[in-house]
Ligand binder design. Structure first.
Ligand code: GDP
Ligand code: MG
Length: 314
């Protein structure tokens, strides 16, 4: 459970100016060969999506939960700045790639067995065509290596989110030798700044309404859309959706906002307390990472990372 004081985010995949991606094997090995993780089953929770949509901010609450697993009030003190993955970005140029928390968190399954949990932050741009293959690579690799992927989107779950996802998933399937049914485990759409609470309530239930509506195959629907939907159903073992409220104007407008809870709206905090324990629920069968139907260890994952990257590079 204990993290060392030097724990922090580590860039493991980066994209060069000429659009090549580079896996930092040495750094990845340092993380995945951590003594405390060796031989244990693993969970890998990732967050992916467009820039500046509060992904890293959300991950820092995941960190709080993982650090304080035993405590009821994991969410922290009212006036504590939010730290971990860097969430402000400011004017700095955004770098595309993948960052992993440098150390695993050890959690106990209901049967007492310890597993090692890793967290990953990804950076992509989903709105520019020139980088579509970079995004596909980042997102596909994320789906391949994660047990739970959170797809962070702003305002609403829309047709193009589904189309992108289907494209990324298809790209990911290319890296797997044989076509397995449900090659990927859990996908959670996380809709930020949901504005229609009077139509669909915050949380997983409202999310389910939206998701079933968007995934419904309608009569005389365009054939492409139908394909996208059936493809998503084939690729993932579990797809769900969570509607998150706006965090409040201090979060979005104040320059000196440092992430403290006292500046965040109550509705947002209330939903964090619903979302995060559910995402890390250890009796969720999709939480433990499997590849080709086998539960793997962190050192296995290292080899898979390398081989997937090699496939995409070729
Ligand atoms: P990332 O690029 O997706 O990782 O985004 P960051 O986590 O760095 O956050 C970018 C900005 O969005 C920060 O200024 C946050 O304060 C703000 N932010 C965090 N959560 C939310 C949210 O749920 N909604 C909105 N509108 N902004 C948010
Ligand atoms: Mg970020």
């Amino acid at each position: 459970m204990e993290q060392t004081s030097s724990a922090g985010p580590v860039q493991i995949v980066s994209i060069t100016e000429d659009h090549k991606f580079v896996l930092d094997e040495k750094k990845l090995k340092q993380i995945l060969f951590n003594k405390r993780a060796i031989g244990k089953k693993i969970g890998l929770v990732s967050i992916a999506g467009d820039f500046r949509k509060g992904k890293s901010f959300m991950l820092d609450f995941f960190l709080r939960y993982l650090r304080a697993k035993e405590h009821k009030d994991w969410i922290g003190n009212e006036n504590e700045p939010l730290r971990g993955f860097d969430w402000r970005g400011g004017a700095t140029r955004h770098t595309t790639g993948m960052l992993m928390w440098s150390e695993p968190f050890l959690l106990s399954l209901p049967n007492g067995e310890e597993i090692a949990v890793f967290l990953m932050d990804t950076q992509g741009t989903f709105d520019s065509n020139s980088t579509v293959f970079e995004n596909a690579f980042i997102f596909a690799l994320t789906l391949l290596v994660s047990s739970v992927t959170v797809y962070n989107i702003m305002h609403n779950l829309q047709e193009d989110n589904l189309q992108h996802l289907s494209f990324f998933a298809e790209y990911g399937v290319l890296a797997i030798d044989a076509y397995h049914t449900s090659p990927f485990q859990q996908l959670t759409f996380l809709v930020r700044d949901w504005q229609f609470e009077y139509e669909s309530a915050y949380g997983f239930e409202g999310g389910e309404d939206i998701l079933s509506d968007r995934l419904k195959i309608r009569e005389n629907q365009h054939r492409d859309l139908e394909l996208v939907r059936s493809r998503l159903r084939q690729c993932f073992r579990k797809v769900n959706c969570f509607l998150m409220p706006h965090p409040g104007l201090k979060v979005t407008n104040r320059k000196d906002f440092d992430g403290r809870l006292s500046d965040i709206e109550d509705d947002f905090k209330k939903q964090l307390k619903v979302l995060i324990p559910e995402l890390f629920r250890l009796d969720n069968e999709n939480f433990i990472k499997e590849i080709n139907g086998e539960q793997i260890t962190s050192t296995d994952l290292f080899e898979y990372f390398r081989s997937y990257c090699a496939v995409f590079a070729s």
